[in-house]
Ligand binder design. Structure first.
Ligand code: SF4
Length: 365
């Protein structure tokens, strides 16, 4: 199951669309003026695998700060711009190879033309798109009050302005805080256009509510082949957005970055405190090979069988834990030996993969 867009764009070395891996994005919460905060957040996002980072760029005098972040970041930055085409020109001059604009609100008589010229010269990708909160009465009127149709109208208005000027190095997006509106609008747009799509549920909310809402909307689109780059918008630390994005793609078997952790809900047969063991295994999770499934099961009676697809797992026993792989027991360990036993398995696997695949540079991503 791969994204459906037939066209691709390149933001520096990052390809989006036309069968490239579906990208996981986030947006800095720190303002540019807080350079220390921005740099710490950038570093954290890089560490968790974020592939494209949007940065609000509201003031031209902050262009040197944006340029500095561009120099520091190994992940491409997309400047988020409103109301002033000169900001877009500054962002491009500051090294951004992607900008997010609304061509209809850039101001200046020839503002859009200047932005397009600069974008063309520097091979800058422009993301355009509509947000459910910004629909105007005219767009709603054209759509007879149907908000998802109005999103399509709003995106097409922006798109037409760029296509009229011969610019098509584009990513499209249509977002709303309503799953239904977002899904309908994106499916309609994807049936009409081959451009790559950025997808997300905007203002999805905090914690588990935001996660469930985003996952519901994004999964509905991804399962139908729509979406080339995504953001799980959450009120909270940005690294959660990236972790959630990869977890979602793993759940849909669309990408296998990181290991998956499965655990049983427990029942009267459980022999261990599963929550506690899960918390201990979760701390080791970044060390497991990409694509692995790690299981924590409450009992040795059913656990290894129920998690027989797990690459490695532990199940509770009367004396401690049974270590198993692909449903087969490897041996019993004491609870205190959990971490050392799992690390040994990781090291064994790494050694085996090196001896069997000497030319491969690392794990799958
Ligand atoms: S693995 Fe054991 S404890 Fe967990 S749900 Fe299944 S039977 Fe119950």
């Amino acid at each position: 199951m791969l994204a459906m867009s037939r066209k691709s764009v390149s933001i520096g070395k990052l390809t989006i669309g036309a069968g490239a891996p579906i990208r996981v994005e986030s947006m800095l919460v720190h303002p540019l003026a807080d350079q220390d905060g921005c740099q710490a957040e950038l570093q954290e996002l890089e560490e968790v695998g974020c592939e494209l980072i949007r940065v609000a760029f509201p003031r031209r005098e902050e262009a040197p700060l944006l340029a500095r972040l561009n120099q520091l970041s190994s992940v491409p930055l997309m400047a988020d711009i409103h109301f002033d085409y000169r900001l877009a020109l500054s962002a491009i001059a500051s090294g951004c190879r992607a900008i997010r604009v609304n061509p209809g609100n850039l101001g200046g008589k020839n503002g859009l033309q200047e932005v397009i010229q600069a974008a063309r010269a520097e091979r800058v990708v422009i993301r355009i798109g509509a947000n459910g909160g910004s629909l105007n009465n005219e767009q709603l009127g054209k759509a007879s009050g149907d908000r998802s149709a109005a999103l399509v109208v709003a995106v097409e208005e922006q798109l037409q302005q760029l296509l009229d000027k011969g610019f098509d190095n584009l990513i499209l997006s249509a977002k709303s805080s309503s799953v239904q509106e977002t899904v309908r609008a994106n499916l309609e747009l994807a049936s009409r256009y081959d451009f790559p799509f950025h997808i997300g549920i905007t203002e999805a909310g905090p914690g588990f509510r935001g996660l469930v809402k985003s996952a519901a909307g994004l999964a509905l689109l991804l399962a139908q082949g729509v979406g080339d780059t995504l953001r799980v918008s959450l009120t909270g630390p940005t690294r959660q957005e990236v972790d959630a994005g990869f977890a979602l793609l793993r759940s849909l078997d669309l990408r296998h970055r990181g290991a998956d952790l499965i655990s049983c809900p427990t029942c009267g047969r459980r022999r261990i405190d599963v929550e506690n063991v899960v918390a201990r295994v979760e701390k080791l999770l970044p060390q497991f090979p990409d694509g692995w499934t790690v299981a924590v099961m409450g009992c040795e009676v059913n656990g290894p069988r129920e998690a027989s697809h797990a690459d490695i797992g532990v199940a509770g026993t009367p004396k401690g834990l049974l270590l198993f792989s692909k449903g087969k027991p490897l041996g019993e360990i004491l609870s205190a030996e959990l971490e050392s036993a799992l690390i040994k398995e990781i090291e064994n696997t790494a050694r085996e993969s090196l001896s069997f695949r000497p030319n491969e540079g690392g794990y799958r991503s």
